[in-house]
Design a binder for this molecule. Structure first.
Ligand code: NAD
Length: 292
């Protein structure tokens, strides 16, 4: 059994990015600049945004964090987005999700200029991804594709079950894996909350991407010997024995599933760190494109 080590792989990718940034600076070119908008004080969102800002510093990017209060209006947020769209120094920006109830998430994601949409959530970029045109791939699926590639996990002709059909993970993951591309060419089934025969589907899968958000949902009894497991889930579970009061759990029951798996991502240290690395990669790409 091989652990798909997202922490180590993301560090390698960050070193590659840092090297590219160093070269840009030596050539007198622009330093990549990523901005993030955070609305409110949700604990997990604050952790993610801070990790993204810290990662920017590590690779030599400039970063800007825009903190807005929980009771911000849609207009205020749209105003910030419009400013970032116009700001020539900003190569890419993200709006941390989820947003407070008074704000229409779809409207916000549509307002981000597609050329600065380094999260790859804008319909224009989703369309380009679907048509296999060059674009920003959404960071989590992009990170998973990189893990498969860097560990040389064969996907061509394999049966893949993606559990979850969200716009940011399950759906794009299923599209990328089924495309005619390296580390694609798989036969993909998308399972979701209405799927009736999930256990049977999983037992026949060569690769399972678990992205449903239910801790330790996938157990050893549900998978076959030699399966490759990508665990996307991150849920905070109350744990008084931990200093921070919680532990992180994936969607996979690691102990039982890892006994049968040939490749598996741990939680934490699997898909999570890859997501941040790919956000940086998209920002670098945007900076390079804009300075041509
Ligand atoms: P979501 O809530 O938007 O979607 C969950 C999906 O799971 C839905 O499509 C739903 O139909 C499906 N589902 C729910 N119950 C099911 C069941 N019993 N059987 C089969 N399918 C079921 O979630 P999301 O935003 O895609 O996130 C999923 C998980 O991944 C969460 O734990 C989230 O925190 C995590 N996540 C991690 C990263 C990362 O960087 N590692 C990034 C994004 C999301």
């Amino acid at each position: 059994m091989t652990i798909l080590d997202g922490r180590a792989t993301s560090n390698t990718i960050k070193e590659e990015i840092a090297e590219a940034v160093k070269k840009l600076k030596e050539e007198g070119k622009k330093t990549p600049h990523l901005a993030a908008i955070l609305v409110g004080t949700d604990g997990a969102s604050m952790t993610y945004v801070n990790a993204k800002v810290k990662a920017c510093e590590k690779v030599g990017f400039n970063s800007t964090l825009i903190d807005l209060p929980e009771d911000s209006t849609e207009e205020q947020l749209l105003h910030e987005i419009s400013d970032l769209n116009k700001d020539n120094d900003i190569d890419g920006f993200i709006v941390q999700l989820p947003l407070p109830k008074q704000i229409d998430e779809q409207k916000i994601l549509m307002a981000v200029h597609p050329d600065k949409d380094v999260d790859g959530f804008h319909p224009v970029n989703v369309g380009k991804m679907t048509l296999e045109l060059p674009t920003f791939l959404p960071a989590t699926p992009f990170g998973i594709m990189q893990l498969l590639e860097r560990y040389n996990v064969e996907t061509s002709g394999k049966n893949v079950v993606v559990i979850g059909r969200s716009n940011i993970v399950g759906r794009p993951m299923s599209i990328l894996l089924s495309q005619k591309r390296s580390f694609g060419n798989a036969t993909v089934t998308v399972a979701h909350s209405r799927t009736k025969n999930l256990e049977e589907l999983c037992q026949n899968a060569d690769i399972i991407v678990a992205a449903l958000g239910i801790p330790e949902f996938l157990t050893g009894a549900m998978v076959k010997e030699g399966v490759t497991i990508i665990d996307v889930g991150i849920t905070r579970i109350k744990d008084e024995t931990k200093k921070r009061g919680y532990r992180l759990a994936g969607d996979v029951h690691f102990e039982s599933v890892s006994k049968k798996a040939s490749f598996i991502t741990p939680v934490p240290g699997g898909v999570g760190p890859m997501t941040i690395a790919m956000l940086l990669k998209n920002t670098l790409l945007s900076c390079e494109r804009r300075s041509v």
